[in-house]
Design a protein around this ligand. Structure first.
Ligand SMILES: C[S@@+](CC[C@H](N)C(=O)[O-])C[C@H]1O[C@@H](n2cnc3c(N)ncnc32)[C@H](O)[C@@H]1O
Length: 351
């Protein structure tokens, strides 16, 4: 009779589990760390050492690669990353929807009129910026990328959004003394407090118990230096360090697209596990198509996610899942069909 070919076939299950556990903890071998190949190599390697899809070894490798993709980013760059231009949370419609959701959680319908007013204002700013973006290249005889490099876009933004902090003041006044029940929130991939800045500046921070986690240490150092009183921690959405149902809400903006399929499914499981009321996600690359388009890069992914597949995963935990595709929604509500990102969707999934 032929002998079993692999050690796995002969070892007791408990031994295999212990080996996998310790593999997940040891530093990755240099040969793996230094490989510049695509993500699939690591994934294949994880299978070779016996990891199941999304198992501890695969998670460890994915964490290492994600950390590595950000490790050379300068703290000063991270501080400004994804918080300028259309992504400035002051005018970014997905950031505004998230803020309105949490304000509504604390104050109910009390501030609906101010929410509508702020959204109208932000849409007009987006409309004016889109128009200016089309005019500038002809005016200066340069590509838009070059104009950005020369700071012309920053000037145009400052001219158009010349009342940048108007709603910070209005909301701080409106929310002062609000006494609804506090809401606890965990935000995964909080960056350098990218969205928390507006929580702080708009008077939302005193109404919520907020925790922000991010895999990149420099982001957490930036966030802590800006907001020493807030709770920012280094953490991985694949393994959130919290008991089941520790928070009312879990949130993530622009994260799941960058993870492998097993990691984004695991992230959905984790965000659902640690939240009691629900999960709010901003997607930046989503399509209303039946399947994901998985697109590995060297260390991470830039996937086009399928709304149906994501909904299917959330439906394991959540019964009420609402979607807003930002561009067509603004076309319908504000006759503005030119929002900068047509693949931006916001999902609110309630348990
Ligand atoms: C595209 S940025 C989004 C940042 C912020 N949420 C925003 O929308 O401006 C992705 C962020 O995810 C973080 N990240 C990547 N993988 C992560 C993981 N597994 N767990 C937690 N954060 C992660 C990165 O450090 C980075 O800050």
């Amino acid at each position: 009779m032929s002998q079993p070919k692999t050690a796995r076939a002969t070892l007791p299950q408990a031994t295999i589990s212990r080996a996998k556990d310790s593999l997940a903890k040891v530093p990755l071998p240099k040969a793996i760390q230094n490989r510049q190949d695509r993500w699939e190599l690591y994934s294949r390697l994880a299978r070779r050492v016996g990891s199941t899809v999304g198992g501890p070894v695969e998670r460890r490798i994915e964490r290492h690669l994600l950390q590595r993709s950000w490790v050379n980013a300068k703290p000063a760059m991270l501080k400004n990353y994804l918080v300028t231009s259309y992504q400035d949370p002051v005018i970014n419609v997905q950031s505004i929807l998230a803020r309105h959701h949490f304000i509504g959680e604390v104050t109910g319908d009390e501030h609906r009129a101010l929410m509508a007013e702020e959204l109208d204002w932000a849409v007009e700013k987006n409309r004016a910026l889109r128009k200016r973006q089309q005019e500038l290249p002809e005016e200066y005889g340069m590509s838009f990328a070059e104009l950005k490099r020369k700071g012309k876009w920053r000037e145009a933004f400052a001219q158009i959004v010349d009342d940048h902090d108007v709603y910070a003041t209005k909301w701080t006044e409106a929310l002062h003394g609000a006494d609804g029940p506090r809401v606890s929130i965990i935000e995964a991939a909080c960056g350098s407090a990218n969205d928390y800045r507006a929580f702080d500046g708009y008077g939302i921070a005193p109404l919520v118990d907020y925790t922000g986690i991010d895999l990149t240490e420099a982001n957490i150092a930036n966030a802590r230096s800006m907001f020493p009183e807030a709770d920012f921690r280094v953490g991985d959405v694949q393994d959130i360090d919290a008991e089941d149902g520790s928070y009312d809400w879990a949130v993530a903006h622009d994260l799941l697209e960058h993870l492998s399929p097993s990691a984004f499914n695991r992230a959905i499981d984790e965000l659902s596990r640690v939240s009691r009321r629900g999960v709010l996600i901003s997607f930046f690359l989503m399509r209303d198509e039946p399947e994901h388009r998985i697109q590995p890069r060297r260390y991470y992914h830039v996937n086009d996610l399928s709304k149906d597949r994501i909904e299917e995963r959330f439906a394991r935990y959540c019964s009420d899942i609402q979607w807003t595709q930002i561009r067509p929604w603004l076309k319908e509500t504000h006759d503005f069909g030119d929002y900068y990102n047509w693949r931006a969707w916001t999902m609110i999934a309630k348990h």
